[in-house]
Design a protein around this ligand. Structure first.
Ligand code: WT7
Length: 648
């Protein structure tokens, strides 16, 4: 790892909210007196009824309970839209850049108000009420944000499902949160290719059997042919024509749910991470302001999809709560060319740019040319999120994209955390390439060993957070027991992140990756168990074990060991068939990169698969397999090594 350190440039220190000393003082105050600190900070949003209580949280075993601002009453859409109208009604709220470079839209705060109200009225007319769950399965078009904000306006709970998930994945998410309303589009468009969203919704509903979806609202994006079921399906533009652009924002309690977002864990099906209203918005807004050094006039672009938490907190809620101009991009980094990101930056004069290491690494491969042919003069800050960024990619981002004048903020956080927890603050934090650096206000990271002992000073171990912050998830939807079990039982009284971490002598944190059976493929989180259960659902597969392995672009690739049913021939064709099968079962992001047909898997005498060994083989670390003497059949290991699949 790199020990290089970048001092804060003078021009940065000048304009930043805080300098190094200011950060330290504010940080100490935030952890010394969370009630006082967040009590003040909570005022950054409007409350219909102000809160009198601030923090009421407990990580106590068996009784985890997290409440912030619990007696306050507010509404998220009011805070993201209405309260800005008097001062910035004509300011652009959302810049939309289409997949096709000739398409873009500018939506002012006033227009956003009208669009969101119409959308809310369409939902309300279909009996969506406070507390109801609404599934949103949309491409990256402004209507996705309108739909989210419309739910928030009504106090309904949205569950956005990434448009790359399969009908099966969509169906299980619809069922889990019992949503009767689905919002989708005819088709999505990415990199010139169409994504059959409405057809996927139809297929998902067909899989739901007795479970009835009452309404499907369809936004017209491409004009492609779709089936519309009378009485259930309605075109958004037709329904919107019949309603007004006024719709009152429903008062909701600070702890009323805002959204559910499904995320993968080590075991079982994806969990419905539940975020609530007041604390979430305060935290998203504050982090967006400080981490990105957001100032009036900035054009801010986060390249994530709204199907992930990054899109929720840092395309929609954080920026709009701050009255910012946020850019939404429908396309991909390499379409029509590898210069697309930088061309969009020039076209819309983007000043703050937030993307993922996997995109940086992919673009880096085509050299400096596609970057340097663009101006990027408007840029002043770069951000990274989703996985550890290797120092080489960090340096390229800093040097070539940012021309050494833009700080790089490497932001560590999770779907569960709602917002950024460990990050540099531009102007205040000296940067080390590859390190997410230091905690945000109110965040108390600790590193513990396997027994849960808190380590001091420079050390390496598992990352936990010792106390709650306002943006923290509140529960797993419908399963509080699973919430407590997953996050609070490994190390009692602490939130366990699932990440490994090193702390250096300067107190900087270096995330080393997941320590559980979760892998991070191109910044997308995948449970190895999910891929395994997709594989074993194939009639020719008897057993499967999935692990991650280092991948130059994706960070981690998916390596699957597959044991076939007796008598089935391992062929190249079958390999392809299995990759296609997993794509169809879960979605393209879960496609195995490498499949090794394994006549046997390394198991203990009690039949437990020794994943440690499989991981080492996939990582090419044959010399480091550890003790294999406890295996039921140590011979399988040699066979696995000799048939290891080569990386592409
Ligand atoms: C996992 C969370 C947070 C939004 C995107 C992913 C990894 C995320 C970083 C970073 C090192 C990172 C962690 C974490 N991760 N950001 N800056 N440095 N690792 O959200 O899908 O919930 O995944 O992503 O392993 O646990 P997510």
């Amino acid at each position: 790892m790199s020990d290089k350190i970048y001092d804060v440039p003078a021009q940065w220190a000048e304009r930043a909210y805080l300098d190094e000393h200011g950060y330290k003082a504010k940080y100490e105050a935030s952890v010394r007196d969370p009630d006082g600190f967040w009590g003040e900070e909570g005022k950054r949003i409007d409350w219909f009824t102000p809160y009198t209580k601030v923090k009421n949280t407990s990580y106590a075993p068996g009784a985890v309970s997290i409440k912030w601002f619990e007696d306050g009453v507010t509404n998220i859409a009011h805070n993201c839209i209405d309260r800005h109208l008097a001062t910035r009604g004509d300011q652009v709220a959302i810049i939309w850049e289409g997949d096709d470079p000739s398409q873009s839209r500018h939506i002012t705060y006033r227009e956003l108000h009208d669009e969101v109200c119409r959308f809310a009225n369409v939902l309300r007319n279909r009996s969506v009420q406070k507390g109801d769950r609404v599934t949103i399965y949309m491409p990256m078009i402004p209507e996705a944000a309108f739909a989210m904000l419309a739910c928030a306006r009504l106090g309904a709970v949205h569950s956005v499902v990434f448009g790359g998930f399969s009908p099966d994945s969509l169906a299980s998410r619809i069922r889990d949160c019992d949503s009767k309303m689905i919002i989708t589009a005819d088709e999505g468009l990415r990199g010139g290719r169409k994504v059959p969203l409405k057809a996927n919704v139809d297929a998902a509903i067909a899989k739901l059997g007795d479970f009835e979806v009452d309404h499907v609202v369809v936004v017209k994006r491409t004009g492609g042919t779709v089936n519309m079921k009378p009485g259930r399906d309605v075109w958004y533009h037709e329904a919107a024509d019949l309603v007004t652009s006024e719709c009152p924002a429903v008062p909701v309690n600070a702890e009323d749910p805002l959204f559910i977002l499904y995320t993968s864990g080590s075991t079982g099906s994806p969990k419905g991470v539940l975020h609530t209203t007041g604390g979430y918005l305060v935290y998203a807004s504050m982090t967006h302001q400080y981490v990105f050094d957001y100032h009036e006039g900035d054009i801010y672009w986060c390249t994530a999809d709204v199907g992930w938490v990054t899109g929720h907190s840092y395309i929609v809620y954080g920026p709009l709560a701050n009255g910012a101009t946020t850019l939404m991009f429908e396309g991909v980094p390499n379409y029509p060319t590898n210069s697309r990101f930088w061309e969009v930056i020039d076209k819309h004069k983007v000043s703050i740019f937030y993307t993922a290491p996997t995109a940086i690494r992919a673009l880096m491969q085509s050299g400096d040319g596609p970057v340097t042919k663009t101006s990027r003069a408007s840029l002043r800050l770069l951000g990274s999120v989703g996985e550890p960024i290797n120092p080489e990619a960090w340096e390229w981002y800093y040097r070539v994209v940012g021309e050494e004048r833009c700080p790089v903020v490497d932001t560590w956080w999770q779907t569960e955390t709602g917002g950024i927890l460990i990050t540099p603050l531009p102007g205040a934090t000296r940067l080390k390439p590859g390190s997410a650096t230091t905690p945000f206000f109110g965040i108390v990271p600790q590193i513990v060993d396997a027994e849960g002992k808190v380590l001091e000073g420079p050390c390496e171990g598992n990352l936990v957070i010792a106390d709650s912050w306002p943006g923290q998830m509140r529960t797993v939807y419908g399963d509080h027991e699973r919430f407590m079990q997953t996050y609070f039982s490994t190390y009692p009284n602490k939130y366990f992140t699932g990440d490994g971490c090193r702390r250096d002598a300067d107190g900087y944190y270096w995330i080393t990756g997941r320590v559980d059976d979760v892998i991070n493929v191109s910044g997308h989180r995948m449970g190895t168990a999910e891929v395994e259960s997709a594989l074993v659902a194939h009639p020719k597969v008897s057993e499967a074990a999935v692990v991650g392995y280092p991948h130059d672009i994706k960070g981690q690739g998916i390596y699957a060991y597959v044991t076939l049913m007796a008598g089935i021939e391992p062929t190249e064709e079958l390999r392809k068939e299995l990759v296609g099968w997993v794509r169809q079962e879960i979605g393209p992001i879960a496609s195995p990169d490498l499949i090794q047909f394994a006549p046997g898997l390394p198991k203990t005498r009690s039949g437990k698969i020794m994943r440690r060994i499989l991981r080492k083989i996939a990582e090419d670390e044959f010399a480091n397999l550890g003790d294999t003497s406890t295996l039921a059949d140590p011979g399988v290991v040699d066979d696995l090594i000799s048939h290891r699949q080569n990386k592409k």
